[in-house]
Design a protein around this ligand. Structure first.
Ligand SMILES: *Cc1c(COP(=O)(O)O)cnc(C)c1O
Ligand code: SF4
Length: 337
C-alpha cells in the first residue's frame, strides 16, 4: 500500500501541470486517507464542502504533516463545521467589488493600477478566502470582454501597471497567457505587468519553460506576487519554480493572510520571512482577514496583529517585515494598520 502510494506520487509529479491539477484532492475522504487522518477525529463539515468544494493539489498536501489534525496547512484547506456559523460582521462580499468584476473583468480602484480578472478559479480552495461566496469558479473572460478591458486600459494614460489577478491568472494556459502579455506589451504607457498567483506555491509544475519564455520576452517589467502563509508550504519543487522565475529577472514578492491557528505567531511569521528571502522572495503584505461569511474562526484582531508585527520588527531587518494592511471598501489604497 505504502509502496503503491510512493509510486503514484512519483508518477503524479512527472505529469503536466494540467494533469496534476485534475488529480488534486477533491474529496475530504481522499485527503484524509492520504494524510492518515481518521475523519471522525476532525471537525469536518460536508455542508461546508458543499458550499465551497475542497480542492488541494498533491504538491501542497505533501507538505502537510501526516497524522496531525492541527497542521497549519491542513487548517487552510479542510472544510470544517465553523464555516457554517453565522457571525455578525461577516458578509458575503466584504471587499465589495467582486460581482462587478466578474462581469467586466477589471477593477480600477487605485491610482495607476488596474486589476484584470481573467479567471475565477484557483488550484487550491483556501477556506479563508473571500472568493468562497462567489460560485463563479469557471468564469473565463470571453475574447470580447478581454478586448474591452484592454481597450479601457489603453485609453487611460494614468494606468501604468496591470495586475493579473483572479482567481489565479496562471490557470490560463501558456498560449492564452502569451497572447495576453503580447497585447499588454503593446500598450505604451504601461510600465509593469504584475501577476498575483498562488500557483508557484501550490502547483509549482505550472512554471513551465513556455511560461518562463513568455515572461522573459515581455518588454514590460514583470512582478510576480506569490501567496504563501507558512514556511512549511515551501518544498523543493516550490524552490525550483521560484528559482526559475528569479533567474528570468522577475521581481518576486509575497503576500500572506494573517490566520488564527496558521501563522498568528511571531516565530512562524519570522521563519516564513527568512525562508522566503532565502529563495529570493521579499515579504510584501500581511493582510488582515477579509470578513467573508464562513471565515470568522480565522480572525486575528487588530491589536494582536499589531503586537505580532512589533515582535517581528524587534527581531528582523526592516525589509523582512511585511506591511500589515487591510482592505477597506472605498479607500484609495490598502490601509496600513
Ligand atoms: C490590492 C489591490 C491592488 C494593488 O495594490 P498595491 O498596494 O499596489 O499592491 C490594486 N487594485 C485593487 C483593486 C486591489 O485590491
Ligand atoms: S489562491 Fe487566493 S484567490 Fe484562490 S482561494 Fe486561495 S486565497 Fe482565494
Amino acid at each position: 500500500m505504502i509502496q503503491q502510494q510512493a509510486l503514484f506520487i512519483t508518477e503524479h509529479f512527472a505529469r503536466t501541470w494540467q494533469q496534476q491539477l485534475s488529480e488534486a484532492f477533491n474529496t475530504i475522504e481522499g485527503l484524509c486517507d492520504y494524510l492518515q487522518l481518521s475523519s471522525d477525529t476532525l471537525p469536518i463539515s460536508a455542508a461546508a464542502a458543499k458550499n465551497f468544494p475542497i480542492r488541494v493539489p498533491l504538491s501542497f498536501a505533501a507538505c502537510i504533516e501526516k497524522g496531525n489534525p492541527h497542521d497549519p496547512l491542513l487548517r487552510q484547506v479542510l472544510p470544517v463545521y465553523d464555516e457554517t456559523l453565522i457571525v455578525p460582521g461577516y458578509t458575503s462580499d466584504p471587499v465589495g467589488d467582486l460581482p462587478a468584476a466578474a462581469q467586466t473583468g477589471i477593477i480600477h480602484k487605485y491610482h495607476g493600477r488596474v486589476l484584470l480578472i481573467n479567471t475565477g478559479s484557483c488550484a487550491v480552495n483556501c477556506r479563508y478566502c473571500f472568493r468562497r461566496n462567489f460560485p463563479y469558479a469557471e468564469l473565463q473572460l470571453g475574447k470580447q470582454q478581454e478586448q474591452a478591458a484592454i481597450a479601457h486600459i489603453s485609453s487611460d494614460a494614468s494606468i501604468t501597471e496591470v495586475i493579473l489577478s483572479g482567481g489565479d491568472p496562471l490557470l490560463l494556459n501558456d498560449l492564452r497567457l502569451a497572447k495576453l502579455i503580447v497585447q499588454l506589451n503593446g500598450i505604451k504607457q504601461l510600465k509593469r505587468i504584475r501577476i498575483h498567483t498562488r500557483l508557484p506555491i501550490v502547483l509549482p509544475a505550472r512554471i513551465t519553460g513556455a511560461l518562463i519564455d513568455t515572461l522573459r520576452n515581455s518588454s514590460k517589467q514583470i512582478v510576480v506576487v506569490v501567496h504563501c502563509n507558512h514556511a512549511n508550504e515551501i518544498n523543493s519543487r516550490v524552490i525550483a519554480a521560484c528559482q526559475q522565475l528569479k533567474n528570468s529577472g522577475i521581481t518576486l514578492l509575497n503576500q500572506s493572510v494573517l490566520l488564527k491557528g496558521v501563522n498568528d505567531n511571531a516565530d512562524v511569521l519570522s521563519c516564513l520571512s527568512e525562508q522566503l528571502f532565502a529563495i529570493g522572495i521579499i515579504p510584501y503584505y500581511l493582510h488582515l482577514l477579509d470578513k467573508a461569511t464562513g471565515t470568522a474562526h480565522f480572525e486575528v484582531c487588530e491589536a494582536d496583529a499589531l503586537e505580532l508585527v512589533r515582535q517581528l520588527q524587534n527581531r528582523l531587518p526592516g525589509y523582512l517585515v511585511p506591511r500589515l494592511v487591510k482592505e477597506q471598501a472605498g479607500a484609495a489604497s490598502k490601509q496600513a494598520i
